[in-house]
Design a protein around this ligand. Structure first.
Ligand SMILES: Nc1ncnc2c1ncn2[C@@H]1O[C@H](COP(=O)(O)OP(=O)(O)OP(=O)(O)O)[C@@H](O)[C@H]1O
Ligand SMILES: [Mg+2]
Length: 621
C-alpha cells in the first residue's frame, strides 16, 4: 500500500496559481497595497490632463491677444501648483507603498517557506530516500527566493500595468477615437511579440534552474563528504566535476539571458512605430482645426507613458517566466502526495511493555526519483510508478512475535535486512505484503504519531543536532528537566563522559561544536531514546569493535534499558546477543532461524556458523 512517489509534472499555470494563492493569507495587506497603488495610478493618469489643459489655455490666450497680462499668469501658477501637489502626493504614497508591499511580499514568502518545510517534514522516508539533499535545499532556498519578484509582480506590476494600460488607452480613445485605434494598432503586435518571446523562453528558464540545482548538489555533497574526498585524494576530480557542472550552467544561462535581453528593445521598437503614426494623423487634424493642440499633446504624453509601460510588460513576462520554473520546482514539493497517511486509532495509553507481531511481511525499497530534475522523462516515470517495489526484496515473508517485556536480538550478515526490519515497526515504510501489529493492532490503523511516541529508537548512524548535549538528549521531550536528562544519561552510561566535557550538558556538539566518538554519540542517542519512556525500544547497534571496558558498560546499560519494556535490537556483538531472550537470524531478507542462544547453537545451523565467524572476534579484540 505504498503510494507512488514519482512526481507528476505540475503545469506552470498551476504552480504560479499555487504561489499566488498564498497572497490570500495576507488579504488585508494585499488590499491596502493595491488600494494605494491604484490611487497613485490615478494621479499619474491625471498628469497629462493638466499638462494638456495648460497647453490648450496657453495656446488660446496667445492666439487671442498679443499683449500678455498678469491674469494670464494666474492660470499658469495654479496649474504649476496643482501639478506640484500631485507629484508630491504621489511621492508620499509611493514612500508608504514601498515598505507596505515589502512586508506583504516577505510575509507571503515566509508562508511559502513554512509550507515547503512542512511538506518536507510530512514526507515519508521513501520520498526522502529518493530525493537528493542538494536538490531539496536548492528548492527550499534559492527557488523560493526567486519567487520574491513574482510576488512583487502580483502585488504591484500586474495592477500597475493593467490599470495603467487600460486607463491610458481609454483616455486616448475619449480624446480621439481614431488616435485610440492607432494606439491599439501599435499595441497588439507589441504584446504578441512579447508573448512569443515568453513562450520560447519558458523551457529555457527551467533548464537554467535545473542546472543551477545540479551544481548546488555537487557543492552540497562535497561539503558533506569532504572527508571521503580528501581521504581518497579526489579533490582534483571533484573540482573538475564541479567545473563541468558550472560550465553547463553558465552555457545554459548565457544563451537564455541573451535571448531574454533581446525582447524589450524589439518590443519597444514595434511600439515606437506608433508614435510617429499618431503624430502624423493627429498633427494633420490640428492643422485642419479638427483637434486642439492641447488634446494632441495629451495623446502624445499618454503614448510616451505607454511606451514606458511596455518595458514593464517585458520585465513582467520575464519575471513570471523565471518564477514559473521556480514555482514548478516548489510546487512539486508542496503538491507531492504524502504516501503515509495516519490511521484513525491511537495506541491506548499504557506504560506496560508492548507486543510486536510480524505476519508474512514482505518489503522492498522503491527506487524512483521523488522530484523531477533535468534528464527525467516525466511520462515514463509516471507509467513506471506502480505501487510495487522496484528493487530486490529487503524482507521476504517474515513472521515472528515479540511478547511484552521480551528482548529479541536480530543477527545476520550485512545487508540481511536487520535495519530494514526495525524501520518497519515505527512505520517508516509500509510493507508491500503482510501485516505488522503492535499490541495486537495493525499499525496501519494507528496514528503513526501515537505509535512513534511509544517507541524509543536508536538508529545505526547517530545524528546529533548542532545544539547542546542536553538539548540533543531532550530532543523528543523538550520539556524534560535537567534531572530527568541526567538520569537517562546515567542509564545509557553517558553521564560520565558528558560530565568531563568543557561545559558538561551545556556543551555544544554536532556540526558547530565539539565532535564525539562513535560510541559516545551512540550513548547520547540511547539516552535520547530512553527519555521518551518508550514501551518498545528499537536499537540498531553499530559500534562493533570497542574496548572491553566500554563493552561491559554497554552491556550493563543494555540490561537496565530493557527492564520493563520490550526490546528489539540489532546485535553485532556476542555480549548483546547473550542478553536477548530470543534470537532471530536474518539472511538475505528471510528469517532463517529463531530461538535462544543455546537452542540455536545446538542446532549447528546458520547461527552457529555466524557466531563462530563474526560474533566472536570483536570480543577477543
Ligand atoms: N534506504 C534504502 N533504499 C534502498 N535500499 C536500501 C535502503 N536501505 C537498505 N537498503 C537495502 O536493503 C537491504 C537490507 O539492508 P539493511 O540496511 O536492512 O541491512 P542490515 O541487515 O541492517 O545490514 P548491516 O548489518 O550492514 O547494517 C540491502 O540490500 C540494502 O542495500
Ligand atoms: Mg543495518
Amino acid at each position: 500500500m505504498t503510494a507512488p512517489i514519482s512526481p507528476k509534472p505540475v503545469s506552470v499555470a498551476r504552480a504560479l496559481g499555487l504561489v499566488t494563492s498564498f497572497l490570500g493569507h495576507r488579504m488585508g495587506w494585499v488590499a491596502l497595497s493595491i488600494g494605494l497603488l491604484v490611487f497613485n495610478i490615478g494621479i499619474e493618469l491625471s498628469l497629462p490632463q493638466f499638462l494638456g489643459n495648460a497647453i490648450t489655455h496657453l495656446n488660446t490666450i496667445t492666439h487671442l491677444d498679443q499683449n500678455s497680462s498678469p491674469a494670464d499668469y494666474h492660470y499658469l501658477v495654479i496649474s504649476v501648483l496643482i501639478f506640484l501637489g500631485l507629484v508630491l502626493t504621489r511621492m508620499i504614497v509611493g514612500l508608504l507603498l514601498g515598505p507596505l508591499r515589502n512586508v506583504t511580499a516577505q510575509r507571503t514568502l515566509g508562508d511559502i517557506r513554512a509550507a515547503v518545510y512542512d511538506a518536507l517534514q510530512r514526507q515519508s522516508f521513501s520520498w526522502h530516500d529518493n530525493a537528493r539533499t542538494g536538490e531539496l535545499i536548492s528548492r527550499a532556498s534559492t527557488d523560493i527566493f526567486r519567487l520574491q519578484e513574482f510576488i512583487f509582480v502580483c502585488l504591484l506590476f500586474s495592477v500597475d500595468v493593467s490599470a495603467g494600460l487600460l486607463g491610458t488607452t481609454l483616455f486616448i480613445f475619449s480624446i480621439d477615437p481614431t488616435l485610440g485605434q492607432l494606439t491599439l494598432l501599435a499595441m497588439v503586435p507589441t504584446v504578441l511579440a512579447l508573448g512569443y518571446f515568453a513562450v520560447r523562453l519558458q523551457p529555457r528558464w527551467r533548464r537554467v534552474h535545473d542546472r543551477h540545482s545540479a551544481m548546488s548538489t555537487v557543492i552540497q555533497e562535497n561539503i558533506a563528504g569532504v572527508r571521503v574526498v580528501k581521504a581518497f585524494a579526489r579533490e582534483m576530480a571533484e573540482v573538475a566535476k564541479f567545473r563541468s557542472q558550472k560550465d553547463a550552467y553558465l552555457a545554459e544561462l548565457t544563451t537564455t539571458v541573451n535571448y531574454w535581453a533581446a525582447r524589450v528593445p524589439f518590443a519597444q521598437f514595434i511600439f515606437g512605430l506608433g508614435v510617429p503614426m499618431v503624430l502624423w494623423v493627429g498633427g494633420g487634424k490640428v492643422i485642419r482645426h479638427e483637434m486642439g493642440l492641447g488634446q494632441l499633446s495629451k495623446v502624445i504624453f499618454y503614448l510616451l507613458a505607454l511606451g514606458n509601460r511596455i518595458g514593464v510588460i517585458g520585465q513582467i513576462t520575464s519575471i513570471i517566466q523565471n518564477a514559473g520554473s521556480s514555482a514548478q520546482r516548489v510546487a512539486e514539493i508542496l503538491l507531492a502526495p504524502v504516501s503515509l497517511q495516519p490511521g484513525p486509532r491511537e495506541l491506548p495509553p499504557s506504560t506496560a511493555p508492548a507486543s510486536v507481531r510480524f505476519e508474512q511481511v514482505t518489503f522492498g525499497y522503491q527506487q524512483k526519483p521523488s522530484l523531477m530534475v533535468e534528464g527525467d522523462k516525466p511520462d515514463e516515470s509516471i507509467r513506471a510508478s506502480r505501487p510495487e517495489a522496484t528493487g530486490r526484496l529487503a524482507l521476504e515473508n517474515v513472521s515472528f512475535c515479540v511478547a511484552p517485556g521480551e528482548t529479541v536480538a536480530l543477527v545476520g550478515p550485512t545487508g540481511g535486512g536487520k535495519s530494514t526490519l526495525l524501520s518497519l515497526i515505527p512505520r517508516f515504510y509500509d510493507p508491500q505484503a503482510g501485516r505488522i501489529a503492535v499490541d495486537g493492532i495493525d499499525i496501519r490503523e494507528l496514528d503513526y504519531r501515537s505509535l512513534r511516541q511509544s517507541i524509543g529508537l536508536v538508529f545505526q548512524e547517530t545524528f546529533l543536532f548542532s545544539a547542546t548535549v542536553g538539548e540533543n538528549i531532550g530532543f523528543g521531550r523538550p520539556e524534560a528537566t535537567r534531572l530527568e536528562i541526567e538520569e537517562v544519561a546515567r542509564v545509557a552510561r553517558a553521564h560520565g563522559f558528558i560530565s568531563e566535557l568543557p561545559k558538561g550538558y551545556d556543551t555544544v556538539i554536532g556540526e558547530r561544536g565539539i565532535s564525539l566518538s562513535g560510541g559516545q554519540r551512540q550513548r547520547i542517542a540511547i539516552a535520547r531514546a530512553l527519555l521518551q519512556q518508550p514501551r518498545l525500544l528499537l536499537l540498531d547497534d553499530s559500534t562493533s569493535a570497542i574496548d572491553p571496558g566500554t563493552e561491559r558498560e554497554i552491556r550493563e546499560a543494555m540490561a537496565e534499558l530493557r527492564r520493563g519494556r520490550t526490546t528489539v535490537l540489532v546485535a553485532q556483538r556476542l555480549s548483546t546477543v547473550r542478553i536477548a531472550d530470543r534470537i532471530l537470524v536474518l539472511q538475505e531478507g528471510r528469517l532463517v532461524e529463531q530461538g535462544s542462544h543455546a537452542e540455536l547453537m545446538a542446532r549447528k545451523g546458520g547461527y552457529a556458523t555466524l557466531f563462530h565467524s563474526q560474533l566472536v572476534e570483536p570480543v577477543i579484540g
